[in-house]
Design a binder for this molecule. Sequence first.
Ligand code: BG6
Length: 484
Amino acid sequence: MVSRVIPVDTFDLVIFGGTGDLARRKIFPGLYRRYLAGQMPPDSRIIGAARADLTPEAFRETVGAAIAEFVPKDRQDPAVIAKFLTRIDYVPIDAKGDGGWTALADIMRDGVVRAFYFSVAPALFGDLAERLHKHGIADGKSRIVVEKPFGRDLESAQALNAVLASHFSEKQIYRIDHYLGKETVQNLMAVRFANILFEPLWKSEFVDHVQITVAETVGVNGRGAYYDKSGAMRDMVQNHMMQLLCLIAMEPPYHFDPDAVRDEKLKVIRALDPVKPEDIVRGQYLPGGGEGGYLEHAENPASRTESYIALKVGVSNWRWSGTPFYLRTGKRLRARASEIAITFKAVPHSIFDDAKGWLENVLVIRLQPNEGINLMVMIKEPGPGGMRLMQVPLDMSFADALGVDAEDVSDAYERLIMDVIRGNQTLFMRGDEVEAAWAWADPIIDAWDARSTRPQGYDPGSSGPEDALMLMHRDGRRWREIKE
Ligand code: BG6
């Protein structure tokens, strides 16, 4: 199946931090792929802006190198790359001074969408916003894109929101959470709101519990300085996992419209219970597999920062009261596997003698890799020998079912950048949503900071710390196996 490409309007997109890691790994390769797919109008331009005193030619070379490194070889078309590079420009800019701003103002065109991607440290957001206005580069129709981390607690997030709000309206601000750009994450909404099948059962009356797992095999190598100040709670739970939880738990919005969707997500965050310390397990990976442990990469050799966290979260509203959501995420685990599993309650009474207690259905939404949906159903074990039951998956792998080549599924970043150009904020976080998520996360982080216990060590390649198993066992449940 060939996916439909709807071209966007012509744009001038300025990437502040254009020489940075995110630009190299994600933004430029993603834009090239959109260009290759015919979605980016050929007269659009991408303007890198950073401190480095580069010529546009030198900058184009770095973009060419990024495409060579991060775009799959069979998607690298030299003729298309050459044309794409003609759409790239560069302006050296001083975020904290006036250097470069007039040059930037001079090359911006009228009559096209103007978007500004702040791929820089949050401490510079205010400087950039202010100068864009002072130099008349941004107007009421321009859009700005800001990256995570959006603050490190409620107070800093509020301060960032205030700085941006002094120059831009909420309709102009696109806060990225790249999980919302993932194909299967959007599919969550399609599964829920375009099928009658699941919705009547989507509540505590029928759902025993929900498991959300984001397991990674990579460690924090090279990112220790950032990561050690964040930990899994700030790096993954407050944002990505929170978004997944919201999409599962939210009420149907009246329309697939940015504010309707975000209003419903916000209500979920506000309904989250405070999490008790005994419902949280933190872990740190140990040395193993030829690599150092977390502590060898951390800034502080006695760091208490968690590279793994598991929590049991309650949502106090009519739909979910009594159904726990178990979240876990960690580095250096057994496999790279992200999934959401909705475990439905067992049938109220088993008429089959041989199958007591486990007549349950599980809906598994696999986010990555092998995106797809799996519904575990009970059937009769084939053959003679009585009425023995077994659980089998109704397996729908998107790649198989849709004939889509994984390489052709657009990456989260490219999809989200195209949404910015279209002016569609549905998959971006609103300021109040981010603040509510911090308001929930802050007491959890503060309570941990006030204690002196250490995270539990776990072996690389394992499923995480032992205590995380207990978190489920004591409720008579167990985690699903982490596997690709
Ligand atoms: C980032 C985190 O936001 O998401 C990383 O900072 C993490 O620590 C990454 O590895 C995971 O993203 P993905 O798309 O690979 O699941």
